[in-house]
Write a protein that binds this ligand. Structure first.
Ligand code: ATP
Length: 216
């Protein structure tokens, strides 16, 4: 099964990396592909460029064969539409191999506002991981989709190339990229929330307001 886990990864942190490792083991796959997406140009604090986010991600997964990076969305011009990405991937892996995307409940709650969302279950399985927050609106489209397509076991994902939704509740570390950017901007240390190699590179590049000469 080919599994992709998308995000802005601005920057990648241990919350993302632990989730990827947990999923890889629970799903029984050889690797999880981390897929950075385009970021809207305006954010609250100075973010990193696509190239910088990729460089940080590469440092984070260096030496871990179970995690890979797929930067196809950054190589495409303009917005990243998941349906388009999945169509491309499906073309590459063929019609029969199971393909799955990982979404947090927060993202899945707005699934029916995504471009061509109806096509997505025809191209891939969806793995919905529990995140803190309000959850799904009971009568909404995502809740209905879940009811129609939900499977209880990982094994079911291997029985079909696409179309199933599996809910998972792996342990989550209480870390967010926003919290890391805020800490850096206010001169506090983000150490141990993200790999040291990533933090060193953030400092070297002076990202998110980091001071290269700072003593932490
Ligand atoms: P930001 O704070 O900038 O919104 P983020 O830390 O939530 O960023 P994203 O890059 O937006 O990270 O998230 C990518 C994916 O990782 C999303 O599906 C999100 O639900 C998930 N994710 C984010 N933080 C964690 C965490 N601590 N543990 C597990 N998954 C996470």
């Amino acid at each position: 099964m080919h599994v992709i886990y998308g995000g802005t990864f601005d920057p990648i942190h241990h919350g993302h990396l632990r989730l990827a490792v947990e999923l890889r083991e629970r799903l029984g796959v050889a690797e999880i592909a981390l897929m950075p997406c385009h970021v809207p140009p305006h954010r609250d604090v100075p973010g990193a460029t696509s190239e910088q986010r990729v460089a940080l991600l590469e440092l984070a997964i260096a030496g871990e064969p179970g995690l890979t990076m797929d930067d196809r969305e950054l190589r495409r011009d303009g917005a990243s539409y998941t349906a388009e990405t999945l169509r491309q991937l499906r073309g590459e892996i063929g019609p029969d191999k199971p393909l799955a995307i990982v979404l947090g409940t927060d993202s899945f709650a707005g699934f029916d506002r995504w471009q061509e969302w109806q096509r997505i279950p025809e191209l891939a399985h969806i793995i919905v991981v529990q995140r803190p927050g309000p959850g799904l609106v009971p009568d909404g489209v995502p809740a209905r989709l879940l009811k129609e397509r939900s499977v209880a076991q990982v094994d079911a994902l291997y029985d079909a190339p696409c179309g199933h939704i599996l809910q998972m509740d792996p342990p989550m570390l209480d870390i967010s990229a926003t919290g890391i950017r805020d800490r850096i901007l206010s001169g506090h240390s983000p150490r141990y929330l993200l790999p040291d190699s990533v933090w060193q590179e953030i400092r070297r590049l002076g990202l998110y307001g980091a001071c290269p000469d700072g003593n932490f």
